[in-house]
Ligand binder design. Structure first.
Ligand code: AMP
Ligand code: MG
Length: 413
């Protein structure tokens, strides 16, 4: 067996990511979608607020609105009426008077301050103000103070999240321009693969990659064309490649990209298209192939389930986001104390699966999920993060500080 860690010619992860970005041209077709269809889509245009937020001066408290100047000569003002949310006080606030006002209700133009109801005494003569606020404008939220009309709230390339839909709706925007959805044709390769529910023959295993990958592709906002299981047979693979190439923007496979006798995927990519790069200096996930077919991009993920899931997250996801027209999202890493020793051989950057938690004392701590074999899918399932160990380092002792990369939302709850 080749010593994986001393294999020369492995490409650093950053270089692979850079190549993906350089070679993939983002989609340009644009469509308009209603807000309820806009989740996870990528904005094709900047969004400018057509309105002020808030739209009118309004109260931040339940209390009384007045002109602060009117409290210079008296501490009691007669009550002129009320302003409730959706039912503003009609007209100007009469001089020397106050109105009852509720949170969110319009503050009349001529009022400048709200005093909370806890600081007044309501008497037969009107409202007695017990404490005079130190500054004019207290508890009044000014029109446009959060977002002024004309302000850019999103730039093109922003991927729409739940809270963004709330914001867009608050601006009265009913639909947005987004890039068209990308199509990814997916198949698993391997003679040994069976579907869950089928019985296993000698040496068979279940196809798990397609389920994890389909789920992540859906969360990414891609349309998945599921081409099922393809045997380790060059002719069947050629046919599947051609089929997938015709239908999708990206052809994504798992398995068959290593150096075994039945690993035909890489050869067929070279025969039917071009291969841009193949082996990366990461563990797991070394055999990751990227290239171009006639009408699509090709992403060949490793067969081992941990490697397939992890390279999807680390490499395919940023590549697909770029294709979708999205701006790159920075990875979040934090430092944590490693509470279990870790085995590591110098050579490749390792992404060991970890469980991150906060100790009672508020310290970030991480432990290993146990066996780190690239076929141990349980490690992915137990984990909530990767413990990222730099290329050159060796074993980690208990108590050492390590870098942790949180799983993003494709792998989280
Ligand atoms: P390969 O790269 O095709 O040699 O696959 C590497 C390892 O991953 C082998 O043990 C395969 O049986 C396993 N494998 C390949 N594809 C899948 C899959 N879709 N689901 C689960 N395991 C797989
Ligand atoms: Mg295989």
């Amino acid at each position: 067996m080749t010593d994986c860690c001393s294999t020369p010619g492995l490409m650093p992860l950053e270089q692979g990511l850079e190549k993906l970005r350089q070679e993939i041209t983002p989609v340009t077709e644009v469509e308009q979608v209603a807000l309820n269809d806009a989740l996870d889509r990528v904005l094709a245009e900047n969004v400018i607020s057509p309105v002020n937020v808030p739209s009118h001066n309004n109260s931040a408290m339940d209390g009384y609105a007045l002109r602060l100047k009117d409290l210079e000569r008296t501490d009691t003002l007669p009550l002129a009426g009320q302003s409730l949310a959706g039912h503003p006080f009609a007209g100007e606030l009469p001089a020397g008077q106050c109105i009852r006002i509720m949170t969110g209700a319009s503050v009349p133009d001529s009022a400048d301050t709200v005093i909370m109801q806890e600081q007044v005494n309501v008497t037969d003569d009107g409202v007695q103000f017990l404490n005079k606020p130190e500054a004019i404008g207290r508890h009044v939220r000014l029109a446009g103070e959060d977002i002024p009309e004309g302000c850019e709230v999103f730039t093109a390339g922003h991927k729409v999240r739940a809270q963004d839909l709330g914001l867009l709706a608050s601006l009265g925007i009913p639909k947005v321009s987004v890039f068209r959805r990308i199509k990814v044709a997916l198949f698993s390769t391997g003679d040994e693969l069976k579907l869950p529910g089928q019985s296993l023959g000698a040496g068979d295993i279940y196809d798990s990659n397609r389920f994890a990958l389909t789920a992540m592709l859906k969360r990414l906002g891609a349309e998945v064309i599921d081409l099922g299981l393809i045997a380790d047979d060059p002719e069947a693979l050629r046919q599947a490649f051609a089929d997938a190439d015709q239908q999708a923007d990206v052809v994504m496979t798992s398995g068959g990209v290593s150096v075994g006798d039945a690993d035909f995927v890489k050869d067929i990519l070279q025969e039917m298209g071009t291969m841009s790069f193949w082996k990366l200096a990461i563990k797991p996930g070394k055999p990751f192939a990227f290239g171009r077919l006639l009408d699509s991009w090709f992403i060949g993920l490793p067969g081992n389930p941990v490697s397939a899931t992890m390279t999807f997250q680390l490499l395919a996801m940023p590549a697909l986001l770029h294709l979708m027209g999205a701006r790159p999202v920075a990875l979040q890493t934090i430092q944590a104390v490693c509470k279990t020793p870790l085995k590591k051989r110098p050579g490749r950057r390792e992404f060991q699966r970890g469980i991150l938690s906060t100790s009672a004392a508020g310290q970030m701590e991480v432990v290993t999920t146990g066996s780190q074999g690239s076929g141990v899918m349980r490690s992915m399932s137990l984990a909530n993060c990767y413990i990222v160990l730099p290329e050159q380092r060796g074993d980690v002792a208990e108590g050492e500080q390590v870098t942790v990369q949180l799983f993003n939302h494709f792998l989280m709850n």
